[in-house]
Design a protein around this ligand. Structure first.
Ligand code: HEC
Length: 184
């Protein structure tokens, strides 16, 4: 007896249905996709890159790391101080400061939203490596961006050198000192 066109007993609202199986091509594809999903999950050789998922993840992480040059090692305090005495680098830092920092610290470093950078008082440390670190990491909770993610390492070095050179200058409208007084 053929399965084809076998009527199912029940009828709903006078409508009866056939109990025909799905066509063979459809059923074949159905099972094939399930088998393929299993193979894909394992990502065995010959499918995908054949590397397995962990290796693929590591490969794409390595590719991403290669696309972004590794962080330049932070300069030593002595090297940063040397930059602060290099007029060319300080001038480059001044340009970046005017572009990126003046909106919050005032063009002359006197402070607006951000603190005065010319005085002896520092919230996050007044040694040059501490100033550099604050610029790199920012103080996100207080609205100071992490410039290490925006500027190149050399630009951060320059701008830190420029901030260092601002010390002791007299801004037009200095903001009151904030933080601990650090004597240099
Ligand atoms: C959107 C505003 C904003 C911008 C732009 C900004 N800052 Fe700041 N900055 C702040 C605030 C606010 C603080 C104070 C953080 C706190 O209260 O802890 C700060 C703190 C600092 C400090 C630490 C001061 C201390 O007393 O320890 C340094 C150094 C500094 N900024 C340098 C920079 C430099 C360099 C740039 C530009 C590359 C810059 N800032 C751009 C808002 C800003």
């Amino acid at each position: 007896m053929s399965d084809q066109d076998r009527l199912i007993e029940h009828s709903y609202d006078g409508i009866q249905e056939y109990d025909n199986p799905m066509p063979r091509w459809w059923v074949t594809m159905f099972w094939a996709t399930i088998v393929y999903a299993g193979l894909y999950y394992l990502n065995i050789g010959g499918m995908g890159s054949g590397e397995g998922r962990i290796a693929q993840y590591e490969a794409s992480m390595a590719a991403a790391a290669a696309a972004r040059p590794p962080e330049a090692p932070t300069l030593s305090p002595e090297a940063l101080l040397a930059l602060a005495n290099d007029p060319a680098r300080v001038a480059a830092g001044k340009e970046d400061f005017t572009k990126y920092c003046a909106s919050c610290h005032a063009a002359d470093g006197g402070g607006l939203i951000g603190p005065n950078l010319t005085d002896d008082a520092w919230l996050h440390g007044g040694r040059i490596e501490e100033v550099h670190k604050t610029i790199v990491e920012g103080v996100l909770a207080k609205g100071m961006p992490a410039w290490g993610q925006i500027l190149t390492p050399a630009e951060v070095d320059d701008v830190a050198a420029y901030v260092w050179s601002l010390h002791g200058t007299t801004p037009a409208a200095p903001k009151a000192a904030e933080g601990e007084v650090v004597l240099r």
